[in-house]
Design a protein. Structure first.
Length: 420
């Protein structure tokens, strides 16, 4: 309402609203919907570490296991100053749906530590990671819950988790985490898998929409693992990257930006801003740029009812988790903007994580070509399943993806029954 400040909707409220929408469309038994609204287990831990200056600091860590009806829990670990139990719970629920959409045999989980990793040295990050791992050790494991990297965690973080877990077990257990370095049983193609999967979806979508991709313009919010790789894959395919942003702001050049040069600039200066030949813009302006494809690849709640009317893209491919609120989603659909929802668009990461786990369990190492071929098959099948469901039920891609996922998880839950 005009003049009235509306409270921003939280990611968990978003996740629950989405579940309600899918449950209604599916005519889901209310009891099953109630089960799916709550995580099976939430763990809050305190993580004390000694800072480099000798002082003790205590951080708060979380691991939320949403549902494991379809397989072991799976989900990333995030280090962020604003993280909350609610946010981690929403992210865990989205993991459950994501694994179901691309039909990989996992449930959903998420974890994190409330901290500012930019203020911690490598030694401090190692102590934090190892202490956090020992605090969640009893509920993780190769057949129980398999963590992975997320915002501000990486292959090194996973190596520390693997080592801590293995030291306590007394033998090496690489399959306890995914997203590990290549020389520590990581998978070929994992680092760029999320972006690669997103690009497979964009290509499928373009086929169905009759959109010409060569020369199409792209704006990318977030220039981390997902944003940077998506930008370079699309650039290499002949699309024109006209805007990129990170947490400090964005840059715009209607003639196109070379993502490789921009990456070098970010590594040297710490941000994409002030890149030569570009105009500095805000994140708000980046999201509202006139372009063919907008890729939110940063954090949640970026496209809301406040800016959904100003989104000027023909297609939105959600690299980030939960970048669009349900109200904004409704507005985008009404405006005819084609949205590839997060639980489909960014499922490539967990898919290759699953491939890494399978390789570890079998003590195998697949070639990058094999990984990418299998990833493409999963993503294309996932896209087509969601697209066909959307057409059958005359609904948008997000509702359809959620319906597909919730239905698959609900069927598993119903067959398993309640025991004891
Ligand atoms: P990352 O840490 O590598 O990069 C995050 C990027 O977002 C950075 O460039 C950062 O500067 C930027 N950013 C942070 N806050 C911002 C803000 N307020 N405005 C604009 N930019 C901001 O993380 P990532 O792995 O690329 O993850 C990005 C998103 O993709 C997250 O939502 C994550 O959950 C999701 N995701 C990642 C993966 C994966 O495999 N890495 C898989 C699925 C989903």
């Amino acid at each position: 309402m005009k003049g009235e400040m509306k409270r921003e909707i939280s990611p968990l409220e978003v996740a629950i609203q989405q579940l309600d929408i899918a449950a209604e469309m599916l005519n889901l038994e209310p009891g099953i919907c109630m089960v799916l609204k709550k995580p099976k287990r939430s763990l809050i831990v305190s993580v004390p570490i000694k800072r480099d200056n000798g002082e003790i600091e205590v951080y708060t860590g979380f691991r939320v296991q949403h549902n494991d009806a379809r397989g072991p829990y799976k989900g990333g670990i995030r280090y962020h100053p604003d993280i909350t139990l609610e946010e981690v719970t929403a992210l865990a629920m989205w993991m459950t749906w994501k694994c179901a959409v691309v039909e990989i045999p996992y449930g959903g989980a998420k974890g994190g530590v409330k901290c500012n990793p930019k203020e911690l040295s490598m030694n401090e990050l190692e102590r934090l990671t190892r202490r956090y791992t020992t605090m969640i050790l009893n509920i993780i494991g190769p057949y129980q819950d398999v963590p992975a990297p997320d915002v501000y965690t990486d292959a090194q973080t996973m190596a520390w988790i693997m080592d801590t877990y293995s030291q306590i077990k007394g033998y090496m257990v690489p399959e306890v985490v995914t997203g590990k370095p290549l020389y520590l049983e990581g998978s070929e193609g994992r680092e760029a898998a999320t972006a690669r999967g997103l690009v497979y979806c964009v290509n499928e979508a373009a086929k169905y929409l009759g959109m010409r991709l060569k020369g199409a313009t792209v704006a990318v919010q977030g220039f981390g693992k997902v944003g940077w790789n998506a930008a370079r894959f699309l650039y290499n395919q002949g699309l024109k990257i006209i805007g990129v942003s990170d947490s400090k702001g964005g840059v715009y050049n209607p003639d196109g930006i070379n993502p490789y040069k921009l990456r070098k600039h970010k590594l040297e200066t710490g941000s994409v801003i002030d890149f030569e030949g570009c105009k500095n813009i805000t994140n708000k302006e980046l999201l509202e740029l006139e372009c063919d494809i907008l890729i939110p690849a940063a954090i949640e709640n970026q496209i809301t009812e406040r800016n959904a009317d100003n989104i000027n893209a023909k297609m939105v491919a959600e690299g980030a988790n939960g970048p669009t609120t349900p109200e904004a989603s409704r507005i985008l659909t009404e405006r005819g903007i084609f949205v590839i929802p997060d639980i489909l668009a960014n499922a490539g990461g967990v898919t290759v994580s699953y491939f890494e786990w399978v390789q570890n369990l079998h003590r195998e190492h697949w070639s990058e070509e094999e990984v990418n071929r299998k990833l493409k098959a999963k993503m294309v099948k996932g896209f087509r399943d969601v697209y066909n469901m959307a057409r059958k039920h005359e609904t948008d891609m997000r509702t359809s993806a959620l319906m597909l996922a919730v239905d698959r998880v609900a069927k598993a839950l119903i067959s398993l029954g309640l025991w004891p």
